[in-house]
Ligand binder design. Structure first.
Ligand code: SF4
Ligand code: SF4
Ligand code: FES
Length: 578
């Protein structure tokens, strides 16, 4: 049986075979022409038969080969027949040559694959029913496709430790391991942390760590991704969901300014895991452990599911009882109240008494509407973006900037994150010079310059956030926004690459995407009735902001696109209050 689609975690195989080149088409000086299963293929010199086959849409099964790692050639699953070579060759380590004729699926090759499968399964525990990898396991998939379907081995299997805590967040089951060494090569070549090695020989060979050196590098989760079987499992995901129930949504990690491409796996309206999605321009095949768990706050922090109203203008009083109100009326009341309170401050003290603090964790669409509604329509003269920096950039992916969209804020003309500007606003609020403050997606209590007196001095505090932060707890109007996975939009990473966040969850309670809350607030200040979707907001950004010119959701696709070369990065580079 020939597999018609690539197995999971095999991002480099095109799902649909590209058209075969014409036999008469000229080939370049750095190319060779060969036949793979009688199909003419042109490949770059130096590529391997396996890569050439994959590029042509021909699947060659493999365990130890991984496009992001060096070639080990130890599993022998990729054996193919090459004309004029007496023995079968491993496709992962054989370079293409002019005139080569390769067969990937004849009887000889299929017999060899069945033999490899039989050897691998001799000591395998076959505990698929309790294995997290079941459903996306190469051993399972290849056995179904190429295996004998029965066992001729009736002796006692070799036993190894199971559920071995190999460090950090990874659990090792040595009985499931097929000794492909992908995990070792990852630690040697990519994370460069060198924790893993292969000990012992023959059927006693076992992956292990050195004394006192557990597997706990910042990228340890990638060993779980590269493991083609269920030998390495990710503790936070163990036994949480069968993978065939998961819905994978292509999105982006928002843990730092890298914006690693990820699949957000959801089941029953809950995120169960993030796994890296291949994008050679951003994260190649990897992501860090912190990013892998960056969705956790969604389930750890308190959410508020309905708009909260407190007290009247000029005083933060107890929460009003709105339980009898329906959703539409409550949102209308909350937005009307926000608009009236902010207008009141502008009327009584002038627009200079207003300020806004907006987050670089918001999307381009959110920030664009924040600028339009708060800056242009309400006339808020000062808008600051707080920085969130931690540690240093590392050798691989992790960025010191822990926000996903600082470049987006700059490109929209709101300004780069600045602790000084935030501090200034907070101190002015505590001194009574700023009387009305809008906070979107931030918690003031985290910042230098914050003092409890600020809440007493402010006449009006309106907060839009996805969680019930200490700041939301002190707001006269707190508007519940969607959390990660509940909204769509775009972010701009540190390479100035614009990438899409996608929806995988229903919003919690009556939460709304931030851009829509700002749009509806904007309508109270005369924003025209446009922007039915975040896509429409982005189209307007692309039409009006040179740094986004020519981009669209369709053009961004699943892997994003760079901002146009030479575009003004700080278009309209006068942030309110600059
Ligand atoms: S633990 Fe997984 S990745 Fe590592 S050698 Fe075993 S099968 Fe390969
Ligand atoms: S490097 Fe940054 S963007 Fe990538 S996974 Fe880690 S936190 Fe997320
Ligand atoms: S993939 Fe070629 S030997 Fe393992």
């Amino acid at each position: 049986m020939q597999e018609t689609s690539p197995p999971p975690h095999q991002p480099n195989v095109p799902a649909v075979a590209p058209p075969a080149p014409s036999p008469s088409a000229p080939i370049g000086a750095d190319e060779v022409a060969l036949l793979i299963d009688d199909r003419p293929v042109v490949a770059k010199k130096g590529t391997t038969v396996l890569q050439a086959a994959e590029n042509a849409g021909v699947l060659v099964p493999h365990y130890c080969y991984h496009p992001g790692l060096s070639i080990a050639g130890n599993c022998r699953m990729c054996l193919v027949e090459i004309e004029k070579m007496p023995k079968l060759q491993i496709a992962c380590a054989t370079p293409v040559a002019q005139g080569m004729a390769v067969r990937t699926g004849n009887d000889r090759v299929r017999d060899a694959r069945a033999g490899i499968q039989e050897f691998l399964l001799i000591n395998h525990p076959l505990d698929c029913p309790i294995c997290d990898q079941a459903g996306e396991c190469r051993l399972q998939a290849y056995e179904a496709a190429y295996g004998l379907g029965y066992s001729r081995f009736h002796e006692e299997k070799v036993h190894f430790p199971k559920r071995y805590d190999i460090g950090g967040k990874v659990v090792f089951d040595a009985e499931r391991c097929i000794r492909c060494t992908r995990c070792i090569r990852f630690c040697d070549e990519v994370s460069q942390s060198h924790e893993l090695a292969l000990f012992q020989r023959g059927d006693h060979a076992i992956i292990g760590t050195f004394p006192g050196r557990p597997l706990d590098n910042p990228y340890s989760g990638c060993t779980v991704d590269v493991c083609p079987v269920g030998a390495l499992t990710w503790k936070p995901f163990r036994f949480k969901a069968r993978v065939w129930f998961l819905k994978n949504v292509p999105s982006v990690c928002v843990g730092c300014a890298r914006g690693c491409n990820v699949d957000v796996a959801t089941f029953r309206n809950r995120i169960h895991r993030l796994t890296p999605r291949a994008n050679v321009d951003v994260n190649r095949y990897w992501m860090c452990d912190a990013g892998r768990q960056s969705y956790s706050p969604l389930y750890e922090r308190p959410r508020f599911e309905r708009p909260i109203l407190r007290g009247g203008p000029g005083a933060v009083g107890p929460e009003e009882d709105t339980s009898s109100m329906d959703t539409g009326s409550l949102w209308d009341l909350a937005l009307d109240r926000s608009a009236d309170l902010l207008r009141g401050v502008a009327k009584a003290h002038g627009p200079k008494a207003l300020a806004a603090i907006v987050s670089a964790r918001l999307t381009v669409e959110d920030l664009y509407l924040a600028k339009r509604v708060l800056g242009e329509l309400l006339g808020v003269p000062r808008m600051a973006v707080p920085p969130h920096e931690e540690g240093e950039d590392d050798h691989l992916l992790v960025r010191r900037d822990k926000t996903p969209n600082a470049r987006g804020a700059s490109a929209l003309g709101i300004g780069a994150p600045s602790a000084g500007r935030v501090k200034e606003i907070l101190e002015d609020a505590a001194a009574g010079n700023v009387r009305g403050l809008v906070v979107v997606g931030e918690d003031l209590t985290e910042f230098p310059g914050f003092s409890e007196a600020l809440f007493q001095k402010l006449d009006v505090l309106v907060v839009i956030d996805w969680w019930q932060s200490p700041t939301a707890d002190r707001a006269q109007v707190a508007l519940p926004a969607c959390g990660y996975g509940e909204f769509e939009g775009t972010v701009v990473n540190f390479q100035e690459r614009v990438q899409r966040l996608r929806v995988g969850l229903d919003p919690r309670g009556e939460a709304d995407p931030t851009w829509r809350i700002l749009r509806d607030l904007g309508r109270r200040f005369g924003l025209p009735s446009e922007y039915a979707t975040s896509r429409a907001v982005f189209d307007d950004v692309a039409a009006k902001v040179p740094a986004f010119a020519g981009l669209s959701y369709r053009a961004l696709g699943d892997r994003g696109a760079p901002m146009p070369a030479g575009a003004a990065r700080d278009a309209g580079a006068s942030p309110p209050g600059a």
